[in-house]
Design a protein around this ligand. Structure first.
Ligand SMILES: Cc1cc2nc3c(=O)[nH]c(=O)nc-3n(C[C@H](O)[C@H](O)[C@H](O)COP(=O)(O)O)c2cc1C
Ligand code: FES
Length: 642
């Protein structure tokens, strides 16, 4: 491939690619994102290719592995273009039928399309599936259209046209103005306006400047950035090059965690291809602008996502935060002006340049413009990635898109903003999600993690879990965070294990205040959020744990006990055989009985007891009532004496 030396070269080449591509030619797109690969997508792709070949259709049908379209719960996801027929949970065994029925026969395979669980209605097309219908997928929708390893596929969907426009028709100031006007706020955590950050760097006197992609993504349950980097790496690269042009940087870095091997592979390949085509290197598209990008693999420390720790790690030192006497956009990597933005922030830039700030600002709320990708996980029917305009209500995300809470359970809370975010209760389900509304509610946007919790979730244990995570991930450099979080973890563990005492809540509040005021970086400053938000909305659960030694959600093992309801037990032996503590007495035809001394409260009996018998009961806040225990014993004794 000869290098493209001007915007005109690029347009001619793009036209060739588009002309070569027959828009009516069927294309089988199989999601090859990490989620679908885990479900066996690689084999599905292979079997499709073999089937197409064996039926002599190779010249008339394309088959490709693509990026993640978001509905990971129902992977492997297959979309047949141009009709956009969407098949879910496809296995290699389904492939011959899809080829015969859909590719050859132009018919839909009904059993593989989305079926509404309530009405039984079928939704064969992607756009009809409620999971997609209520989203605004500006960024994510491209993932399923392209083979993420093909730069030509990216060019066909107008890739690098924003770069060509910026370099040939806009000054660096024009680009900066457009980004400022879009009012895009960083998608990685703090929500700082990107345009202002860029301007600070551009205006800094130091000549050598850097632009950096933050692809550390350490929040438990979050995978938006991974999906973008795996599924459409050129879009991030294009945004980064435009950013470099706007602020006057000649070098860029992609800091990506090494636990994302596919993302690392795809971004490295994208860089190589961009160099070959002339989108990276010297005199890009004949503009006189030079720019190069390097990839740095992080070692997976959560704190390395923090801007100063990330830059320290990029410098080759231990990734610990440093004091921000001067902002890193002025004194960052090697003390030079450095713009660090999140993957999703960079992915928005080509859209803003191509379509303009006016287009971008039509989405969102007054203070938070554009769309935002969330990873919707936890106790939710449809798990996956969701892109919605800022300002969409939690209720719409959780119920219309997410399909609500499975197994007939009640919604309890949603945790947003990553480990140092907060839990939002049911009464705030109509909250319109944006940076400011979430902060006001005691949580935060973070990078877009959304963990849904049902009635079985103990909110004290949730706080303990996240504080433990942050204690483990604290770099240990400053005392309020290192020691304060350790103490909070200890107290919360005591509470969940039945050793809570009067005054614990107040001590936790004091420790929170010190951590928020005196920690070196935002890890420590925001770490108390999981405790403070659960205390704000679920104080009664803390009090029940401490005063009545009761876990209202019947979750904390040390505070619950299981027993078998003798009226309901059918002596089926299932729980008796599965109990890992061998704590269940009884036998064939003998009503079963849990020996409380042996029981570890693991809940296996509850899980395996057939729902039609429903014989296992859980208690908290009091021992199993003596009357019931006595009844149990009597029944067992009687059964044994027969
Ligand atoms: C402990 C900690 C971890 C963070 N992890 C990430 C991360 O994984 N990805 C990210 O983009 N930002 C992360 N951030 C936020 C970054 O410090 C920074 O604000 C962000 O990368 C800036 O980009 P943005 O303005 O586009 O959001 C983290 C912050 C803290 C305090
Ligand atoms: S990984 Fe395939 S839909 Fe997300």
């Amino acid at each position: 491939m000869a290098q493209l030396k001007s915007p005109e070269d690029l347009e001619i080449f793009r036209l060739e690619l588009v002309t070569r591509k027959d828009p009516d030619k069927p294309c089988i797109s199989v999601c090859a994102g990490a989620g679908c690969l885990a479900y066996g997508a690689a084999e599905v792709i292979e079997v499709f290719k073999a089937e197409i070949e064996s039926q002599g259709l190779a010249a008339t049908v394309d088959t490709k592995g693509t990026g993640c379209p978001g509905f990971c719960q129902r992977g492997p996801v297959v979309v047949i273009h141009p009709e956009e027929i969407c098949y879910l949970s496809v296995t290699p065994k389904d492939v011959p039928e899809i080829v015969e029925q859909t590719i050859v026969g132009k018919k839909v395979v009904e059993r593989l399309v989305y079926t509404d669980p309530d009405t039984g209605d079928k939704a064969p097309y992607e756009s009809d599936i409620p999971y997609y219908k209520y989203q605004e997928r500006n960024i994510l929708s491209n993932n399923i259209k392209i083979d993420s390893r093909s730069i030509d596929d990216y060019l066909v969907i107008d890739g690098y046209s924003a770069l060509a426009k910026a370099l040939s028709r806009m000054t660096a100031q024009d680009v900066l103005d457009e980004v400022k006007e879009s009012n895009i706020r960083g998608r990685g955590g703090g929500g700082f306006p990107a345009g202002r950050k860029w301007e600070g760097s551009r205006d800094a006197p130091e000549k050598v400047k850097y632009v950096i992609v933050n692809a550390d993504e350490g929040d438990p349950g979050a995978f938006m950035d991974r999906a973008l980097l795996e599924g459409n790496p050129h879009s991030i690269l294009e945004g980064l090059i435009i950013g470099g042009y706007a602020i006057g940087a000649r070098e860029g870095y992609v800091y990506v965690r090494q636990e994302y091997p596919l993302a690392v592979q795809n971004i490295n390949l994208a860089i190589k291809q961009a160099e070959e085509y002339g989108f990276l290197g010297e005199n890009i598209l004949g503009s006189g602008f030079d720019f190069n990008v390097k990839v740095h693999q992080g070692a997976g420390a959560f704190v390395c996502g923090e801007s100063t720790a990330l830059m320290t790690a990029l410098e080759g030192r231990v990734g610990e935060p440093r004091p921000k006497y001067t902002r890193s956009n002025v004194k960052g990597l090697w003390n030079r002006p450095s713009v660090l933005n999140n993957v999703e922030t960079w992915a928005n830039i080509p859209f803003i340049i191509n379509k303009g700030a006016d287009w971008f600002t039509q989405f969102g709320t007054e203070g938070s413009k554009g769309t935002k990708i969330f990873s919707l996980v936890g106790k939710i029917t449809n798990t996956g990635l969701v892109e919605v305009p800022m300002g969409t209500t939690l209720r719409d995300i959780i119920y219309k898109i997410g399909g609500g809470i499975p197994n007939g359970k009640k919604f309890k809370a949603v945790q947003t903003g990553g480990p140092s975010g907060g839990c939002i209760p049911e009464e705030l389900l109509d909250l319109q999600v944006d940076f400011d509304a979430l902060t006001e509610a005691g949580s935060m946007m973070g990078s877009g993690g959304m963990i849904v919790m049902d009635e079985d979730t103990c909110m004290v244990d949730v706080a303990r879990y996240f504080i433990r995570f942050l204690t483990d991930e604290s770099c240990g450099k400053c005392i309020p965070c290192r020691e304060g979080l350790r103490q909070m973890d200890k107290i919360l563990t005591n509470i969940t294990e039945g050793r809570g005492k009067e005054g614990d809540i107040e001590t936790l509040e004091e420790l929170s205040e010190v951590a928020m005021e005196a920690s070196l970086c935002a890890l420590g400053k925001s770490a108390p959020n999981p405790f403070l938000s659960t205390l704000r909305y679920f104080r009664h659960e803390y009090e029940a744990h401490i005063k009545q030694k009761c876990c209202p959600a019947l979750y904390c093992k040390a505070l619950i006990s299981h027993y078998i309801d003798p009226e309901k037990c059918q002596a089926c032996l299932i729980c008796l055989r599965k109990c890992p503590s061998q704590g269940i007495d009884g036998g064939k035809g003998l009503i079963h009985f849990i020996d409380q001394d042996k029981c570890s409260n693991c809940g296996t009996c509850l899980e395996v007891c057939p729902p039609k018998f429903d014989a296992i009961r859980k208690f908290s806040g009091e021992p199993v009532p003596a009357r019931i225990l006595e009844e149990n014993r009597k029944i067992v004794r009687k059964s044994k004496s027969k």
